[in-house]
Design a binder for this molecule. Structure first.
Ligand code: 9Z3
Length: 312
């Protein structure tokens, strides 16, 4: 068998795996409607981890680590750069414009007066005003659409729908895939209906590999969009090699490599001809106090060059 027929076979296997994933996935309750999203440049930011349910009536699940901070902060910087954002986010994770609020904003930002009126505490009034104002403007102007997911089934089905509806935006569309997506899952057709019983002894279950959707996103769903994926590792020795591999295997325009412990301080943007290290500013006051600030600036420049290439 020659190399080309080998790769055709693995391509066919991938399409079979993807078809069986979508055919057997529990249908979405509501599909997303992105028609209301305005603006000339549009980015789909994915954020948070996907769950892998172990039972159909799910009591237990496996989760992927992600607080959603990267996705929420990046969304704010994309909006500042003039993009419309579809924020595909794990329910309950960090949301845009909420980063400067305390952990429990409802209980900590508000107080009840003697007359039983609810009012913002003076100490939090500036951050609350800014968060509400910026969020309302973005949503009301059709620049921010937030779509929640929980399971890997929901995430991949919604990503496919967004991908296919972004086709019309051509090269002006971008995917910024910061969500932490499980590599393994229990297929719906082999999942038990009811809660797994502990009386049956040790749990022995088989997870299968989740089909790699990045290559179909690039090839079939949104072939003209600018695609950025993320590579997370805990071992710095293998990080760049793995990012390089992902870049080539999935034909990404860039892969953002990050290490779990230092992800808020440094990321490395890997493209086919360079590796650019991006750091956050040293002090809170600096404009690039979040690593996402210089990161989005760099990616916006690369996206502009990509759009420009097709105009010339
Ligand atoms: C990332 O690497 C994100 O930067 C983080 C952000 C999840 C580390 P937080 O949400 O953290 O701010 O707490 N996302 C992608 C992680 C991932 O699972 N990537 C897969 C991989 O590395 C490819 S899709 O193999």
């Amino acid at each position: 068998m020659d190399a080309s027929s080998n790769s055709e076979t693995s391509q066919d296997t991938l399409y079979d795996d993807i078809k069986s994933f979508f055919d057997s996935a529990p249908p979405l309750k509501d599909g997303p409607d992105i028609r209301g999203v305005a603006g000339s440049r549009i980015v789909c930011v994915t954020s948070g981890g996907t769950t892998v349910p172990l039972e159909r009536r799910c009591v237990r699940y496996i989760d992927n680590f992600s607080s959603g901070h990267r996705g929420a902060a990046s969304t704010e910087y994309f909006l500042k750069a003039g993009y419309s954002v579809i924020f595909l986010n794990r329910r309950g994770t960090c949301q845009p414009f909420c980063r400067s609020l305390p952990q429990d904003p409802l209980l900590e930002c508000f107080e009840v007066s003697k007359e039983l009126n609810v009012q913002v505490r003076q100490s939090h009034s500036e951050v609350v005003k800014r968060a509400i104002g910026e969020h309302c403007t973005a949503v009301e102007e059709g620049l921010l659409l937030k779509i929640p997911f929980t399971t890997i089934f929901e995430y991949l089905q919604i990503l496919q729908l967004i991908g296919m509806s972004m086709k019309d935006h051509g090269r002006r569309a971008m995917f910024y895939l910061a969500a932490a997506v499980s590599d393994f899952y229990v297929p719906w057709q082999s999942m038990v209906e009811h809660k797994i019983q502990s009386a049956s002894g040790p749990l022995d279950m088989r997870l299968v590999q989740a089909p790699k959707m990045l290559s179909v996103l690039r090839k079939n769903w949104a072939p003209t969009a600018f695609c950025i994926s993320f590579k997370l590792e805990t071992d710095s020795e293998i990080l760049l090699a793995k990012a390089d591999m992902a870049l080539k295997r999935y034909n990404m325009h860039a892969v953002v490599a990050n290490e779990l412990l230092t992800r808020k301080e440094e990321v490395i943007v890997v493209t086919s001809n360079e590796k650019i290290s991006v750091h956050r500013g040293k002090t809170e006051a600096e404009a690039d106090a979040d690593v996402e600030s210089p990161l989005i600036k760099l990616l916006v420049e690369k996206h502009s060059a990509y759009i420009g290439d097709s105009d010339s």
